[in-house]
Design a protein around this ligand. Structure first.
Ligand SMILES: C[S@@+](CC[C@H](N)C(=O)[O-])C[C@H]1O[C@@H](n2cnc3c(N)ncnc32)[C@H](O)[C@@H]1O
Length: 340
């Protein structure tokens, strides 16, 4: 997959390098919320990775452009090595991430580099400031009504509300999104990842950057050992990765079951994805709601109306869009759901 490497930029962490893949004609569709799938996996800032990242990401981008889903009945272990057929879904495998973070950890130890920011620093900053404004709005009793945009402007005295928002970042990677949320004023911050290397890296970076109060734990979100609920659960790129496992469809079902237990009632789930549009994520949540209501009615032997567990409330509208052949699209979607 062809990518355009832009020149390195200065950053406060180290020299940053922006990588952008040129959107292919077929990647852009008329829905302006549409995120461009495979190419977006190359939208990342590399904080100076020098190991075999290029090859890894060329493979990853190829893997993303080829959907490879088996039936749920073929469900296999997440710890499996990719076989010849499943290689196209390597980003869905833990072995891929373990090897990626082993490289990044070595790179951090040798050169102090922080590794990749998936979808780029601009997206990370938008997600964190937009999420902060949303949390403040909700704390003040204003639940967005789908139509109004969330104002990412400083709200007077708003910060005082943030201490009540416990935050969980699932599939935290290098944990930089949590550092960004800490800068925004959140203080109760936890990051989990099923890759031990990711947790070593995120802890080391947090220590180095003065965010020793962020908690990091090894945890598989599909088999979580966390017994706590969080008022804000965020996911940037993790559902995308989970969906790329050869058993992606069933793993996505497991994801919703698990996440619904992690988000406190009245709390928020904020998902950033490059593989799904806002409308697709909303549809997936509606499917989960239906399953959940059906299971409740069956277990309680009742037809009584139950409120759907998740409700779509807002999405980021300010991402840069690209136009190609009359179609407009953005590369990522960030969508917020309220746990009712
Ligand atoms: C695309 S990366 C995104 C990393 C980070 N969220 C970011 O934005 O930089 C996907 C992350 O999800 C993690 N991951 C994938 N499946 C997971 C699972 N079942 N449980 C926990 N983490 C998982 C991977 O180890 C990886 O760190």
């Amino acid at each position: 997959m062809a990518g355009i490497r832009l020149p390195p930029e200065e950053s406060d962490v180290s020299q940053a390098q922006q990588t952008r893949a040129a959107p292919a004609a077929t990647d852009l569709v008329s829905d302006d919320d549409r995120s461009v799938a495979a190419d977006s996996w190359s939208i990342k800032s590399e904080y100076g990775s020098t190991l075999d990242d290029d090859q890894r990401h060329a493979d990853a981008a190829d893997a993303l452009s080829a959907g490879n889903h088996r039936d749920a009945s073929d469900y296999s272990s997440d710890k499996d090595e990719p076989d010849a057929e499943a290689v196209t879904s390597m980003l869905g495998l833990q072995s891929y991430w373990d090897s990626a973070y082993a490289d990044e950890l070595a790179n951090f130890r040798e050169h102090g580099h922080a590794g990749e920011v998936w979808f780029g620093t601009d997206v990370m900053e938008i997600v964190s400031s937009w999420t902060k404004s949303l949390c403040i709005d909700i704390s003040q009793g204003h639940i967005p009504n789908h139509v109004d945009d969330i104002k990412s402007e400083p709200v007077e005295d708003g910060e005082k509300y943030l201490s009540t928002w416990s935050v969980l970042d699932i599939g935290t990677g290098n944990g930089l999104l949590l550092q960004e949320l800490a800068k925004q004023g959140f203080s109760d911050l936890t990051g989990t990842d099923y890759s031990e290397g990711a947790i070593d890296l995120s802890r080391s970076l947090a220590q180095r950057d003065g965010f020793a109060n962020i908690n990091f734990l090894v945890d598989d979100v599909l088999d979580t050992k966390l017994e706590r609920e969080f008022k804000l659960v965020i996911d940037k790129g993790t559902l995308d990765a989970i969906g790329l496992h050869p058993d992606g469809p069933i793993k996505r079902i497991m994801y919703w079951d698990s996440v619904s237990r992690l988000v406190a009632h009245g709390g928020l789930l904020v998902i950033t994805s490059c593989n799904n549009t806002k409308d697709e994520l909303v549809q997936e949540v509606e499917d989960f709601n239906k399953r959940s209501i059906g299971a409740h009615q069956e277990s309680e032997q009742t037809q009584k109306e139950q409120e759907p567990p998740f409700r779509y409330i807002a999405h980021v509208r300010s991402y840069q869009t690209f136009e190609f052949g009359g179609s407009v699209g953005s590369r990522v979607a960030t969508v917020a759901f309220l746990h009712t």
